[in-house]
Design a protein. Structure first.
Length: 91
């Protein structure tokens, strides 16, 4: 059985129309599937955390981050492989 490779995407910045659409389109263009997403607007600041399946992605993580940043240039964007994320948060 093949294991799924995942990444964590975070996007934070001033709220505007179309952020979720632009980020998910950039993921789709890289053949990365959105598995889960949570978002909220806190005092006009948009905050989103997205889990994506990168098993069959056509871009490396750094390339995907640059593609997302190009779509939402005013936002702070981070894309991190789940292994790194898990290692950083291990007790």
């Amino acid at each position: 059985m093949n294991e799924t490779a995942k990444a964590v995407v975070t996007v934070i910045g001033k709220d505007m129309v179309g952020i979720l659409s632009k980020v998910s389109t950039a993921c789709a263009d890289a053949n990365a599937n959105v598995i889960e997403v949570t978002q909220s607007v806190l005092d006009s600041f948009f905050c989103m955390v997205m889990i994506i399946d990168i098993t069959e992605a056509t871009k490396q993580i750094d390339q995907l981050q640059k593609a997302i940043e190009a779509e939402v240039p005013a936002m702070q964007v981070h894309v991190m492989h789940e292994n790194i994320f898990n290692s950083m948060h291990r007790i």
